[in-house]
Design a protein around this ligand. Structure first.
Ligand SMILES: Nc1ncnc2c1ncn2[C@@H]1O[C@H](COP(=O)(O)OP(=O)(O)OP(=O)(O)O)[C@@H](O)[C@H]1O
Ligand SMILES: [Mg+2]
Length: 261
């Protein structure tokens, strides 16, 4: 067996007196998608913030390539190949697509005081990286603010792939999207996976998770509710567990006016 890219075991985190996460374990393998599911406040963002170096765990173990780590900044996580795309996306809306693509690591020509932005290389590299992912933008000079939410997510995914990420973390990339755009984003998630990245996908929606995921970590109020390989669970059971199983059945019964179906 190959070493997982990321392995967490029994991980826990408190914010003061609030226990946001306890005893959570999962793995992220190259070429696979680990999906984190749970309701509001379940601890999903807390978990990925630990993986991304924004917060640190209080208990348990966090291994990257088999080595225990504790990142003191997002930069440290990025240096280990862990790239995170947040829901609100760190983009500058009025800046062009290609400048956003490089954001801080733009190609330059010349040296010392004569160094300047290499716009042509920047534009061409961005266009090529996007088209390799199957994203066809008319003009990479257009402001990022003019792209749809789905297209922005796609640019962010292509960016992580281009800059050599090994692990791609996506916090609710489909939450604000319509059905069609969500489908497009999921297609790029699958492409990143097929290129050998390990993907961590966070979502509320079992229908978005199921087609692309290899395993599911279900969280509820910070604790693991279940951890399943895809072969062990179907979409119906996943939805049922997420909704709280018996609680949902009671609700359905009520909504159907007490009739049995
Ligand atoms: N910085 C913080 N300080 C204090 N409490 C926090 C902090 N961040 C999160 N929490 C608490 O930790 C718990 C888990 O929050 P978290 O953001 O991880 O949930 P989530 O699953 O991402 O929810 P959502 O689906 O709403 O994004 C919540 O009870 C939340 O109020
Ligand atoms: Mg969250």
């Amino acid at each position: 067996m190959t070493t997982p890219l990321i392995e967490v075991s029994g991980i826990g985190k408190s914010y003061g007196s609030v226990i946001a996460l306890r005893e959570v374990s999962t793995v992220v393998n190259a070429g696979e998608v680990t999906c984190v599911l749970g309701d509001n406040g379940a601890g999903k963002s807390t978990l990925i913030k630990i993986l991304a170096g924004v917060h640190q765990h209080d208990t348990g173990e966090f291994l990257v390539d088999g080595e225990p780590v504790r990142f003191d900044s997002p930069r440290a996580a990025l240096d280990r190949g862990i790239a995170t795309v947040y829901q609100d996306l760190a983009v500058v809306p009025l800046m062009s697509v290609w400048r956003n693509f490089f954001l801080g690591s733009e190609p330059t020509i010349g040296f010392g005081p004569l160094r300047m932005l290499d716009r042509r290389t920047g534009r061409e590299t961005t266009k090529r990286a996007l088209s390799e992912m199957g994203i066809d933008l008319r003009d990479v000079e257009q402001p990022v603010g003019t792209l749809s939410g789905g297209e922005r997510q796609c640019v962010a995914i292509a960016r992580a792939v281009h800059f050599g990420a090994k692990v791609l973390i996506l916090d609710e990339p489909t939450a604000a999207l319509g059905v069609k755009q969500a489908g497009v984003v999921l297609k790029y998630v699958a492409q990143a996976r097929d290129r050998g990245l390990g993907v961590v996908l966070i979502t509320h929606n079992p229908h978005h998770a199921y087609p692309v995921a290899d395993r599911f970590l279900l969280l509820k109020r910070g604790a693991p509710l279940g951890h399943h390989e895809k072969s062990e669970i179907d979409i119906g059971e996943l939805t049922r567990q997420m909704a709280g199983g018996a609680e949902l059945e009671a609700l359905e019964h009520e909504l159907h006016g007490g009739e049995t179906t």
